[in-house]
Design a protein around this ligand. Sequence first.
Ligand SMILES: Cc1cc2nc3c(=O)[nH]c(=O)nc-3n(C[C@H](O)[C@H](O)[C@H](O)COP(=O)(O)OP(=O)(O)OC[C@H]3O[C@@H](n4cnc5c(N)ncnc54)[C@H](O)[C@@H]3O)c2cc1C
Length: 386
Amino acid sequence: MARKAVIIGAGIAGLATALRLRQIGWEPMLIEQARARRTGGYVVAFFGRGYDAAERMDILPALRARHFGGVEMAYLKPDGRHRFTVPRRTVGTLLGERGLTLMRGDIEAALFEQVDGEVPITFGTTLTAVEQHANGVRVELDDGTAIEADLLVGADGLHSKVRDLVFGPEAGFRRDLGHVIAATTLDHLPDGAPERAFTTVTRIGHLFTIANLGPGRTAAFFTYGTPDPAAELAKGPRQALEPIYRDIPWAAPEVIRSLPADGVYFDSVSQIVADRWSEGRVVLVGDAAWCVTLFAGYGTSLAVAGAYELGTVLQRHPGDLPAALREWEAGLRPEAEERQAMGRRNSGSHAPASRLDLLKRDLPLRLSILPPVTRWLGNRLRMHHR
Ligand SMILES: Cc1cc2nc3c(=O)[nH]c(=O)nc-3n(C[C@H](O)[C@H](O)[C@H](O)COP(=O)(O)OP(=O)(O)OC[C@H]3O[C@@H](n4cnc5c(N)ncnc54)[C@H](O)[C@@H]3O)c2cc1C
C-alpha cells in the first residue's frame, strides 16, 4: 500500500515535496491555510542544488520556459540620477549557465502545474494538533477532520505552525536580522523605470528596487533596517513604508500609493536556527526548518533541493524513517548553515547601514565587469556542497 504524507503549506517547499513524494510512489496531500494559491512575490535567482534538483524532478523545462535571461542592474541616487550599471552580460555570467532568473510565482506555477489533479490540495485550512503513535501520525485540522499518515511535513514557512506544535515556540528558533521586507508584483512599470532591468535606489539604511522581467512581469521590493521589526509589521506595509520612502522621489511614493490591499509579502528578515529538523514522523522542510532569508539569495533553491533530497532518502531507506531523515539532514545541513552565515554577512549590504557598508557593497559591483572580479563574485554566489 502506498505510504501517506500530509504536507502543511503549499508554497515552494510544500509543492516541491508533494511532487517528489508522488514521483516516488507515495500519496501526498497538501493543506494550505490561504484561501487560494499564493502566486505573488519578488524575483529570485534559482541555481546550485535547487537547479540540480529541478533537473532531476523534470521541471527544468517548465522553469527554463519562464526564465528571463539578460537583465541589467542599474543603481540610482534617491532623486533618480544614475550611479552605475552592471551590464546584462556580467549579470548572466555571475549567475552561470546553470542558473535562472525567475519570479517567485513562476516557480510556484511550474510546480503547481505538475501536482494539479495528481495531489489533493485543501485550501483555507490549517492543522490544530499532531499526535504521534507507534504506527503513524494523526493530524487534526481546523475543519474538524483528522488524517492518519506515515509522515507529516511542515512546509509552512518562517512562522511554521507544525514547528510550534511539535518542536516548540517560534521565539526559540527565530533570529531576526534587523530588517523588514515588502515585496509585491505590480501591474505596470512605473514612469522612468527601464525595462529588463533591476533598478535600485539605495540610501543609508533603506533600499528600493523595481525589477522588470519583460512585459507584464514587474515587481517592487523594499527593505530597510529597523531595531524593532515587530513594530513595523504591526503598521502594515503602506503605513510603514510611506514615511520612510516619502523623500525618495524616484518611483517609490507612486509604488507605495498603488500597493494592493493584500498580496504584499511583508515580513521581518529572520532566520530559523533549529538543531534538528525532524522529530519521529514529523519533518520540517524549507523556511520552516532553515530559513536562510533573502539576504542569502538561496531560499527557493534550497527549498526545492530539500524536497527532492527528502524523496531520495525515503526511497533509499523504505523501512527505516529515522535513518532516512538522519541522512537527509546530514546531507543538507552544511550548506544550509553556510548559506545562513552568508545571509548574516550580507545583512549590512542590502540596505547598507553606513557609508562604509555602501562602499563595501558597491565596490565589487562597480568592478564586476572585470573578468577576475566577475569570476570571484560568481564563485561566491554559486558555492555549493555535494
Ligand atoms: C506569497 C509569497 C510571496 C513571497 N515573496 C517573497 C519575496 O518577494 N522575497 C523573498 O525573499 N521571499 C518571498 N517569499 C518567501 C519565499 O517564497 C521562501 O523563502 C522560499 O521560497 C521557501 O519557501 P517555503 O515554501 O519554505 O515557505 P513559504 O514560501 O513561506 O511558503 C509557506 C506556505 O505555507 C502556508 N502556510 C503558512 N502557515 C500555514 C499554516 N499554519 N497552515 C497551512 N499553511 C500554512 C503559506 O500560506 C505558504 O503558502 C514569499 C512567500 C510567499 C508565500
